[in-house]
Design a protein around this ligand. Sequence first.
Ligand code: PHB
Length: 388
Amino acid sequence: MQKRLFLHAIALASLTATGAMAQDNTFKIGLILPMTGQQATTGRQIEAAARLYMAQNGDTVAGKKIQLIVKDDTSLPDATRRLAQELVVNDKVNVLAGFGITPSALATAPIATQSKTPMVVMAAATSSITQASPYIVRTSFTLPQASVALADWAPKNGIKKVVTLVSDYGPGIDAEKFFKERLTFNGGQVTESLRVPLRGPDFAPFLQKVRDAKPDALFVFVPSGAGAAVMKQFAERGLDKAGIKLIGTGDVTDDDQLNDMGDVAVGVVTSHHYSAAHPSAMNKKFVEAFGKANKGLRPNFMAVGGYDGMRVIYEALKTSKGQGGGDALLAAMKGQIFESPRGKMFIDAQTRDVVQDIYLRKVERKDGQLYNVEFDVIKDVKDPGKTK
Ligand code: PHB
């Protein structure tokens, strides 16, 4: 018994020693993403972008070896929380990152707070997320940010009566609310607000309702990955032929799926923070390198959130010189300002949320491919959800 206890103590001590050594020389990023299921494209895009960033910028920063630990939460928030806990307690990660949907980010927030681990939200986009923990920093966007721009554009372009159709959870409710408020302020009208379930939605009955209501336009928010299904049903129900325009945040004309959407997508106007067609030198390089590393895959707005999230982590590690733990890292994430493939972006030190340009874009066919072509820009947009 004595001997067993003694051996056990030695084993524990050596485990701790290796743990401490690994802690000293490695910097661990726990990347939790939906790699399977309905949001799998988000996981695929963000992981690819994170790996591209590492390939381009090396895997040693401030003398530490960067280790990326990728976990699949299948976009179930209970799984996200459990994985985050394991990553913090067992793997002793320095940063938590990823978070494909809002419920996953919200489920993890208390763990970030309790363990003082910075949590970089690369995808989820409900306004309130950054308020769920002082350790959250966001590199994606917010739905109010994207929706308000479109509600300013629409009434100036003959769109006065609108029906909204959103996924029935955080980001959809944000999009519905902020689009409606701003459109009404601008003299337009939302005549009906429809909500579809997040999981396994059937858009057909809702679209039939819209066809009967005959608004000038249908405003849509669905999360990345669901846009193609909406587009297909929109055409099948003949809404385009009935003269109803489709508008929305750029999630619906997601670059991951856009090219397969066909003619029904041509002419669709959306507002968003990233288009693969953004005409900057940096973005052209990004799109090319991303495609080269991923069998021609086109990066979407999720990829850019992942790429910029890695940038924020790398720079924070450089600034804090690998010393000082979570609080020092977090402090070095706040206030970062840099050029992203999307354009200029800024992590507001006060809100820890992203301030960025929002573009109006129209789907056009260029060299046989469909793209979201930017035609107007609203500079330096803060999340309108934060001022309420
Ligand atoms: C979210 O759940 O916050 C979310 C997911 C996908 C999107 C936008 C928002 O495209």
